[in-house]
Ligand binder design. Structure first.
Ligand code: FMN
Length: 325
């Protein structure tokens, strides 16, 4: 039988399918189920930088007449959020034997970066930084925003020995260049891409409402191009595909394009651990029928560097395909 184990950022994963960070990976019974189904690694639900800061600021603003108590609350609350998170990481770690990757949602280089050490001490095998700040200042340069991201990665990476990955948005002007910068600043892996909470508009009620939190498999095509290009142009960093990974086919496509691993979230909410089992069966079937013994036999086989017509990845405008129809 084919061997589907992979090495992701120096960690050995029994399969290239990871559980993406979500509410599910904060539930011990669910992560145990995912492990039984063959998940390669668990990314624990994120601790939010803003969650800590906002809660503390709110409480401080409520008690400005008593600055000492505000200080105490600030400290208590922050410590409590952190402690709860560290306990979650260590509980997940005790519940499963696959690698456990902690996750922090962040956007700046604040004092929070010191907590990375505590996360390492809690037993996490890796740390995924989900970095994003919505740019709303029209005078700020894109380059400055990118520098902030790189500083976060550098500051966190130098504090810990466990590997650090960065979960990014797809909206960088020069995505391969940015990934290369992440690598230079200490990232061992990059998760492409985060899927954001989006507003939608109800035209009957003339109102904004939250769009569907769950993805469709077709959405994975967006990362397929970048997986193919980035894996070819930036060697030496592990790429993990996120968004629209719902089944074995989407897993196989991303690996052919150059991904080391894939991450599932929506599929786990909708189909539970069956999504993992079915995808693993499909992966074995694919490898056996194609004569691939290991994942490395086909990883990146269709990336930008390995195909005869790299312009297939370069073509972005529709003129040619419409012209030939
Ligand atoms: C309910 C829900 C909760 C999520 N929570 C987190 C989170 O805490 N941290 C994070 O980095 N991503 C979080 N995500 C994003 C997922 O990890 C994933 O990147 C995204 O849903 C795209 O993958 P999918 O197409 O498999 O759903 C969440 C997504 C959903 C739907």
């Amino acid at each position: 039988m084919s061997n589907i184990s992979v090495n992701y950022m120096g960690l050995t994963l029994t399969s290239p399918i990871m559980a993406a960070s979500s509410g599910l990976t904060a539930q011990l019974d669910r992560v145990v189920e995912f492990e039984k189904a063959g998940i390669g690694a668990i990314v624990v639900k994120s601790l939010f930088e803003e969650q800590i800061v906002n809660e503390a600021e709110f409480l401080q603003s409520q008690s400005h007449d008593y600055p000492e108590s505000a200080d105490y609350l600030h400290h208590y609350l922050r410590q409590n959020s952190i402690d709860r998170y560290l306990k979650l990481v260590s509980d997940v770690k005790k519940s499963v034997s696959v690698p456990v990757i902690a996750s922090i949602n962040c956007y700046s280089t604040g004092e929070w970066t010191a907590f990375a050490k505590d996360i390492e001490s809690a037993g996490a095998d890796g740390l995924e930084l989900n970095i994003y700040s919505l740019p709303l200042n029209i005078h700020k340069k894109s380059e400055d925003i990118e520098k902030e991201y790189l500083n976060v990665v550098a500051q966190v990476s130098k504090q810990i020995k466990i590997p650090v990955s960065v979960k990014i948005a797809s909206t960088f002007t020069n995505l391969p260049g940015f990934v290369n910068g992440l690598k230079a600043h200490g990232a061992k892996g990059v998760v492409m891409f985060n899927r954001f909470y989006s507003p939608d508009i109800d035209i009957k009620r003339i109102r904004i409402f939250p769009a569907d939190a769950f993805s469709y498999p077709e959405e994975s095509l967006r990362e397929l191009r970048w997986m193919g290009i980035v894996s070819a142009l930036v060697p030496g960093i592990d790429l993990s595909a996120s968004t629209g990974i719902h089944n074995g086919t989407t897993v196989i496509k991303q690996i052919l394009a150059g991904a080391t691993t894939t991450q599932m979230c929506t599929a786990l909410y909708k189909k539970g651990a069956d999504a993992i089992r079915q995808s693993i069966d499909d992966l074995h079937l694919f490898m056996d029928s194609q004569g691939f013994k290991n994942v490395s036999d086909f990883k990146g086989r269709l990336n930008y560097a390995n195909i005869d017509n790299p312009e297939k990845f370069e073509r972005v405008q529709f003129m040619k395909s419409f012209g030939s129809k």
